[in-house]
Design a protein around this ligand. Structure first.
Ligand SMILES: NC(=O)c1ccc[n+]([C@@H]2O[C@H](COP(=O)([O-])OP(=O)(O)OC[C@H]3O[C@@H](n4cnc5c(N)ncnc54)[C@H](O)[C@@H]3O)[C@@H](O)[C@H]2O)c1
Length: 325
């Protein structure tokens, strides 16, 4: 029997020597590439004879899938899989395995950090400190007003793994909550002890909003000029989910014109965002480089879980999580 071949299209680790050693122990053929921004023909050439294709950000399109001779599993290195045409994979009879459970704590922590950093104006406070130090006297003009956060309303859009962890972790802060997730089961709502509201209520009545939905046609630009104007002028928006959920141009206008007070953003429609990205340079935008998923523990956990998925494949077992179109 010929060896199973696993081909990596692109990766974010410094190298994949650990994976190579693990798979060598299992007698699995392992080849890895960095094909993020190359023509599809090049990706096809690299993956044509793979049994398992492991992708990070490379788009998995019908054209790429058509180039495969014997692929039986695609593994997406990560939680979101909006770079993969799942319907086309399903048509080709290839399951998409994804890894939704390696960084729930990290993303929840990042969302909470951004919510608190926005509310306490941490980033602009540093400038106030530097300016005051240079002047030799305190001047808080650029940072006031800051409002007490306890008692305020946090809106959570999407209350799945990460959204519900944010909800649970924030319990002791004295917030009220408005949660929008039309797809939560009654059982899950009972478990969490929550009721849900529509998204308009979240936009209109929340002081802090954090988004945790997948990217779908329904959630693309869920934050746009119209929903931003529904928000309170003192409200903050946090997005650690996917960039295209927020119309960045509309958000930049809203931040410049005082339509809302500020935003904390970890994800972008183009990654990394180009130098003319509209939120760069705005003092009330706290921006992080799509690192919410990252911790040393989480970074290693996903590597172990991917090897586990390859072991399951070799043993003829289905993936732990199969993505749906
Ligand atoms: N920034 C990062 O590093 C990072 C890391 C991991 C995950 N993510 C992103 O975080 C997001 C959430 O991940 P998760 O693991 O919690 O997903 P999940 O599937 O567990 O939960 C998503 C929830 O959103 C709900 N939802 C779907 N459509 C909705 C809509 N239109 N309105 C309201 N709710 C809706 C679903 O019912 C579900 O409960 C995803 O977009 C994922 O890609 C980002």
């Amino acid at each position: 029997m010929s060896k199973i071949k696993v081909v990596v299209t692109d990766y974010i680790e410094p190298d994949l020597n650990w994976e190579a050693a693990e798979l060598a122990k299992r007698d699995v053929d392992f080849v890895y590439h960095q094909l993020k921004f190359v023509p599809v023909e090049q990706v096809i050439a690299a993956t044509r004879d793979a049994d398992v294709v492991l992708v990070n950000m490379v788009p998995v399109t019908p054209e790429l899938i058509a180039g495969w001779e014997k692929c039986r599993l695609v593994i997406r290195h990560g939680v979101g899989y909006d770079n993969v045409d799942v319907a086309a994979l399903e048509k080709a009879g290839i399951p998409l395995c994804y890894i939704p459970d390696y960084c729930v704590e990290e993303v929840a922590e990042q969302a909470i950090a951004l919510l608190l950093a926005c509310g306490r104006k941490l980033v602009s406070s540093r400038k106030v400190l530097d300016d005051s130090s240079a002047r030799g006297r305190w001047d808080f003009t650029d940072v006031i007003p800051i409002y007490r956060m306890a008692g305020r309303t946090v809106g959570i859009i999407g209350c799945g793994r990460i959204g519900s962890r944010v909800y649970q972790r924030l319990q002791s802060f004295g917030f009220k909550f408005l949660i929008c997730d039309p797809y939560l089961t009654e059982e899950r709502k009972r478990e969490l002890g929550i009721e849900v509201v529509d998204k308009e209520t979240v936009f209109r009545e929340s002081d802090l909003i954090t988004i945790h939905t997948p990217l779908t046609p329904e959630t693309r630009h869920i934050v746009n000029a119209e929903t931003l104007t529904m928000m309170k002028p003192a409200a903050y928006l946090v997005n650690t989910a996917r960039g295209p959920m927020v119309d960045a141009q509309a958000l930049a206008e809203a931040l410049k014109n005082g339509v809302i007070a500020g935003a904390g953003i970890d994800v972008y429609s183009t990654e990394p965002p180009p130098p003319d990205f509209p939120l760069f340079g705005l003092p009330n935008a706290i921006l992080t480089p799509h690192l919410a998923w990252y911790s040393e523990e989480g970074g290693w956990r996903i590597r172990e879980l991917i090897i586990l998925e390859i072991d399951r494949f070799v043993a003829g077992l289905p993936p732990r999580y199969v993505a749906k179109p």
